[in-house]
Design a protein around this ligand. Structure first.
Ligand code: SF4
Ligand code: SF4
Length: 492
């Protein structure tokens, strides 16, 4: 007796119908009544195909049921119980020929994040770089406080050597603008060298906005440099954590400077990046303030990265509040998108783009692959948050990527080895979550971020529903994700 059994999928409803998110393939299917009924029958209890036909005889004729069973088998939403389920293949994306069985193909570097300084003129209480959770000693360590022009040039050469035809360079800190002279000369040098090599390069930076002044704004406009600003919202939220070394809040300093930047810099969306803490979870209010009162076109939110003992760490109830708030704002995003109007809640836009493209990740992000961080002395690390950490070093800009270290990292961190994630339907998009968060929480990049699984699954389900609504009610809107060019990874 051959029995049918459900395979790995997540069922969700949108626009009045059932949809399937298939876990191994990350594909989405809209179900009609008959396939929904067959799936429900097989999920309720494992049955033979004949038993499914019998169970549905009152509603559907046998031939239609057989057809629906065949469709569901073809997309692997169901399978024969005696056949093994397909598991996540353990394929490394990077296999230099010398380290493998002849297969070659090195993933090109897409985004290089350059820490032009590890110093900051703010002393944000929750900052992973300066607080109790730091992994690099920026005060007493061996690393120079500022990147030299020479190291910056060597970093550009490294990026252009390792990249394909398109390269993204992101300046990061510390506070990036503390080293504006090097940033300035690097943009000029990068443009010249990319042109000589027939490549294209673009630039972006992340800043706390305290040091923006007219000539810097002019430079950013003229050079079309993308800008992400770290800001937490209205005055009382911003000033709670984002303070100067003397404890003074930074809101009154940054607000007018950001407004000026937004007025002048029109060629690229200037994004706000908000760090959420247990005490600042009024997401709608933060969003309103940043879009309507300050003028941002894009706002992204991320929970603070910290060990659980910190008072500002978001606990279980905090994640529930955050999810409810995200959902409310996501509904607003949907209404705008149905009417082809822009809404700047960028967390939704980014997730929907991944869903639309059928992203299924073996690794949570590009760190150590298409994205690398560079410390002030030119050491190459997994990403900007690990830049300067000897334990996470992957080479130097002078000597190139240490392929053995890179392969060893990819071996250790593949989703196939995260047993906690192996039965999770959200793994194509989450893949265990940020390595830095895992390192801070659990002491190792290999540990999945199990403290926020419910949040991840809840949010992924919300985004899938939004996707389903749009695919039924305004499918043309989704076509914009096909047009998106290769982009720099979001750097926070
Ligand atoms: S970390 Fe949690 S939510 Fe993410 S893939 Fe693993 S089990 Fe799923
Ligand atoms: S998600 Fe985490 S590990 Fe990945 S690039 Fe961002 S900070 Fe680094």
């Amino acid at each position: 007796m051959i029995t049918l059994a459900p395979r790995e999928f997540h069922l969700f409803q949108a626009a009045g119908r059932d949809f399937l998110y298939l876990v191994p393939s990350a594909a989405i299917f809209a179900l009609d009544d008959i396939t929904s009924a067959v799936l429900a029958a097989v999920t309720e209890t494992k049955r033979t195909e004949a038993a499914v036909v019998d169970a549905l005889a009152e509603r559907f004729d046998g031939a239609t049921v057989h057809e629906a069973v065949a469709d569901l088998l073809a997309v692997r939403a169901i399978g024969y119980e005696h056949e093994p389920e397909s598991r996540t293949p353990r394929v490394l994306p990077l296999m230099p020929a010398s380290l493998s069985t002849g297969r070659s193909g090195v993933i090109p570097l897409t985004t290089m994040v350059m820490n032009v300084t590890n110093q900051c003129n703010l002393a944000c209480t929750y900052c992973y770089e300066y607080g109790e959770d730091k992994i690099v000693d920026t005060e007493h360590g061996k690393k120079p406080k500022f990147m030299s022009e020479q190291t910056a040039r060597e970093s550009v050469e490294f990026l252009l050597r390792e990249s394909g035809t398109v390269a993204h360079l992101t300046f990061f800190g510390g506070e990036t603008l503390l080293n504006f002279p090097v940033l300035q000369s690097t943009v000029a040098y990068g443009r010249r060298r990319a042109a000589e090599l027939g490549k294209s390069i673009d630039f972006s930076l992340t800043t706390n906005a305290t040091l923006l002044r007219p000539e810097i704004i002019e430079f950013l406009v003229e050079n079309d440099v993308g800008v992400t600003i770290s800001i937490d919202g209205p005055r009382e939220m911003q000033d709670r954590f984002r303070v100067f070394h003397n404890g003074a809040g930074s809101y009154d300093v940054v607000a007018p400077k950001i407004k000026e930047l937004l007025k002048r810099h029109r060629s690229k969306p200037i994004a706000a990046r908000v760090t959420l803490t247990s005490g600042t979870l009024d997401i709608t209010r933060i969003y309103r303030h940043l879009t309507e009162e300050i003028g941002f076109g894009e706002v992204g939110f991320a929970p603070v990265t910290t060990s659980p003992g910190q008072g500002y760490a978001i606990g279980e109830r905090g994640f529930d509040t955050m999810l409810a708030q995200f959902r409310a704002l996501a509904q607003e995003w949907l209404e705008c998108s149905l009417a082809n109007r822009h809404h700047g809640f960028s967390n939704v836009t980014e997730s929907l783009e991944e869903i639309h493209k059928g992203v299924s990740k073996a690794y949570p992000c590009g760190a150590g692959l298409g994205l690398l961080g560079v410390s002030t002395d030119g050491d190459v690390a997994l990403c900007h948050r690990f830049a300067g950490s000897d334990a996470h070093k992957l080479g130097t800009v002078r000597d190139g990527v240490d392929r053995d270290a890179q392969v060893a990292f990819l071996e250790r961190n593949h989703i196939a080895d995260k047993t906690d994630c192996s039965r999770c339907w959200a793994r194509p998009l989450c893949s265990g979550g940020c390595y830095h968060e895992a390192h801070v929480r659990y002491g190792t990049t290999t540990h999945p971020n199990l403290h926020y699984c419910e949040w991840i699954r809840g949010w992924t389900d919300t985004c899938l529903r939004l996707y389903g609504e749009l695919s039924e009610r305004n499918p043309a809107f989704l076509a914009r994700f096909d047009r998106e060019e290769a982009k720099a990874e979001a750097v926070v």
